[in-house]
Design a protein around this ligand. Sequence first.
Ligand code: SAH
Length: 196
Amino acid sequence: SDVGSQKERVVTVEEWLQKWEMGNIGFHKEQRHPLLQKYLDVLLNGRSGLRIFFPLCGKAVEMKWLADMGHSVVGVEVSEQAVKEFFSEYSLPYCEEPVPEISGAKMFQSTSGNISLYCCSIYDLSSSIVGKFDGVWDRGALVAVNPCDRQSYASLMINLVEKNSSYLLVTVSYDPNKHKGPPFYVPESEIKSLFG
Ligand code: SAH
């Protein structure tokens, strides 16, 4: 298929913030993603107490699920509203602090310490700020990234993972001429060239 029709499309941060304000968040699901349940063993690979990263996390319910299993969850989300809704919907007490390395960024951390959500653009993160991860749950993330930013996104993600990590990626398959996205259509050939 021709993905050229989506190549120039850009969704700005302001538009994402507006989606949250207006409640246009059809991407948010109340139920845990069936593919995470199906491939949980692949993600964990017999390990416990992992550091798991949620890029472009929204208020994904799977963060609470994995944290309750004893893992340490780190997410990044540009909408402060989304981050606050996550904690309030689970009635989780949290604290809020600035991130010295990133101007304007805040980190929201559950009082229990096992969920840390960075409120900033993912492109401002680096492994010197958030460390490296044993696992990644990428749903609504690569496919939400503007096509022109995919390369920087993939390079960053490769940088944020440990050698023996597992990266679960969910994409969607459809005719890109019929829908402008997001979610964008990212063909498997492109995933191979982005992640190797
Ligand atoms: N992964 C989540 C949300 C998917 S929607 C889920 O499964 O429900 C994509 C999310 O990315 C939105 O909440 C949007 O606000 C956020 N976002 C968009 N651009 C971003 C950026 N550059 N940095 C961080 N978050 C971003």
